[in-house]
Write a protein that binds this ligand. Structure first.
Ligand code: FEO
Length: 404
């Protein structure tokens, strides 16, 4: 991969992580890969914005791209770390060993994390909002954007080209290959990145939506012409598309969400699964679109993405040993952690010798501020009357979603 020119003084470097059996943050599957983006700014002095973790050859790849630009690690005068999560800094100790004179720039909290993670104590400089760095012929300015998504995060802006180096904000899963810019992709490919940006947002950033909105308010007046994130596409033709998309995603936390329903189900011997079909017919009667996910088969990463955008949630599960079906307990725990709040929700499910899911479920969802359609439970297999009631419950939920 070669460096991609953003403008005369700014180049994008990236490594594609394409490891089907690896996970992002050790949690989230990346079947379509993910890119680690860094940026090279060339004035009289040279700055590199964001680094990599030595993951699937990313460090060697970065060195090769620097070499292609006629540089080596020791050529970098300033290393700017917008964010200290190790996907962008894991290679820092080695980088510093190869370039002991480099000045490392981060927020004050970022500097503390450099010391804590990498035991580097010299050549550190803390910056705050409004501070600038003159490279000779090109100036960078810094804006603190705390909790997007770690407390130490900042963004870097180059005013002449209007390039915003936004780190995780405006990022996406999905590898890039040789094309890094938004205008190099067809519409159907953009649909893929849109889906993966929502999954990335729901998995990584969703809990911090309030801070995402604040950060966007802060950087919007800068005059952004290029959005250059640390993962995914670089937006030079239509930067407002990804900014608006992130604003929309941030709004999902409190609402409104899309008028859709996310159905999450698990079944031990088919009694809940069979009955769920009646409920789905009720949703279809009202012509409300729905997504459907079986747990534990489907990873919670994908469930979160659909739940995060949907105004309605169905939780269909049997009672298991007097409590909830365990894989569903994990999903609901993740909904709480990732702030899937303010939804219209319906719980259904079968039980064998005795119920019990109700109590645990109600405790689990209490912090989520959900509005509940009356739940429906039954013993064993659902009879005709139960299936009719389930269909009506499906209609009721769908109508509630449509009403907003
Ligand atoms: Fe891409 Fe929060 O690191």
């Amino acid at each position: 991969m070669k460096a991609a020119k953003i403008c005369d003084r700014i180049w994008a470097l990236h490594a594609d992580i394409d490891s089907a059996d690896d996970r992002f943050e050790g949690i989230w599957p990346i079947p379509n890969g993910v890119s680690l983006n860094s940026y090279l700014i060339r004035g009289e002095k040279i700055a590199l914005i964001d680094l990599v973790r030595d993951w699937c050859g990313a460090a060697a790849n970065l060195k090769a791209q620097l070499a292609d630009a006629g540089l080596e690690v020791a050529s970098i005068d300033y290393l700017i770390l917008n964010h200290l999560e190790p996907d962008h800094t894991g290679w820092l100790a080695e980088f510093k060993a190869q370039n002991p004179c480099v000045e490392i720039i981060a927020t004050a909290k970022g500097v503390e994390l450099v010391k804590s993670f990498y035991k580097i104590t010299d050549g550190l400089k803390a910056v705050k909002s409004g501070d600038t760095l003159d490279l000779g012929g090109v100036t960078l300015q810094f804006e603190e954007t705390p909790n997007v998504h770690w407390p130490e995060t900042m963004m870097t802006f180059e005013p002449e080209s209007g390039t915003l180096f936004s780190c995780d904000a405006f990022g996406s899963y999905g590898k890039l290959g040789k094309r890094v810019f938004d205008d190099e992709y067809y519409a159907e490919e953009h649909a893929f990145f849109q889906t993966e940006s929502l999954r990335y947002y729901a998995n990584i950033v969703g809990s911090f939506s309030t801070f995402v909105k604040k950060a966007i308010q802060k950087v919007a007046p800068l005059g952004i012409k290029v959005v250059a994130p640390s993962h995914g596409l670089i937006w030079r033709e239509k930067p407002q598309v990804i900014i608006d998309r992130y604003l929309k995603y941030a709004g999902y936390m409190e609402g409104p969400q899309e008028k859709e329903i996310c159905v999450v189900w698990g079944s031990m011997y088919g009694n809940t699964r069979t009955a769920l079909e009646a409920l789905l017919k009720g949703i279809e009667d009202e012509r409300v679109p729905f997504s459907i996910h079986r747990v534990p088969d489907e990873d919670v990463s994908f469930v979160l993405a659909d739940a995060f955008k949907s105004a309605g949630i169905v939780i269909a599960m049997p009672t298991y040993e007097y409590k909830m079906f365990p894989p569903m307990a994990y999903v609901l725990d993740m909904f709480e952690r990732k702030h899937v709040w303010n939804r219209k929700a319906l719980r259904i499910g079968s039980w064998g010798w005795v119920g019990g899911a109700k109590k645990e479920y109600e405790e689990k969802v209490a912090p989520l501020k959900w509005t509940h359609i009356e739940p429906l439970e039954w013993a064993g297999a659902a009879d005709e009357a139960t299936r009719a009631a389930l269909r009506e419950r499906g209609r009721e939920l769908a109508r509630a979603v449509k009403a907003g």
